[in-house]
Design a protein around this ligand. Structure first.
Ligand code: HEC
Length: 145
């Protein structure tokens, strides 16, 4: 390629870049459909309840609050009087340190009305209304006490 060719190529490339640079902020320009700045981004924030960072953070918080253990912790409020705030036991046996699967098996047995220990009757009304999901959540929480 001779010098004229190089200069011509250079001019074409540079003007192309300038064109893209000046037009990419143009709302009418369809070359970059993902661009959402200024008003567009303000609208997006209004619709989504915050900027990208806030929305992402809110998602993480919601996700953490909905983990099985977090849901189990809420349910465990009904158990504290008999099993202790830290699962240390009291009227009922110690739950802390028990494996998830054991807790699930024991609660499922009480829910089915099976007799385990001498005081199983105290657990029947507790276990009866529990859904499988409640049992799994409780077990996830209790096994980490
Ligand atoms: C009114 C007191 C009381 C409440 C409330 C109570 N428990 Fe119990 N729990 C007991 C007693 C007593 C036992 C022992 C029953 C037996 O003899 O089989 C027991 C046993 C258990 C066991 C079996 C423990 C083991 O190692 O054998 C689990 C698991 C359990 N409870 C979980 C729970 C959960 C979860 C809750 C709350 C949703 C709860 N309990 C609420 C009194 C209670």
């Amino acid at each position: 390629m001779n010098t004229t060719g190089l200069v011509a190529a250079f001019i074409v490339i540079v003007s192309g870049l300038i064109w893209v640079g000046t037009h990419s902020n143009d709302a009418e320009w369809t070359g970059n459909r993902n661009q959402c700045v200024d008003e567009c981004y303000d609208d997006w924030k209004a619709t989504n309840g915050g900027g990208i960072a806030e929305v992402e953070q809110a998602k993480q918080v919601a996700l953490a609050a909905a983990t099985p253990a977090a849901l189990g912790e809420k349910y465990y409020g009904q158990c504290i009087a008999c099993h202790g705030g830290r699962g240390e036991g009291g009227i009922g046996p110690q739950l802390a340190g028990q494996a998830t699967a054991d807790i699930v098996a024991k609660l499922t047995a009480y829910r089915a009305g099976e007799e385990r220990g001498a005081q199983s009757a105290m657990m029947y009304p507790v276990a009866k209304p529990m859904a499988d999901q409640d049992i799994n959540n409780i077990a996830a929480y209790v096994s980490n006490l």
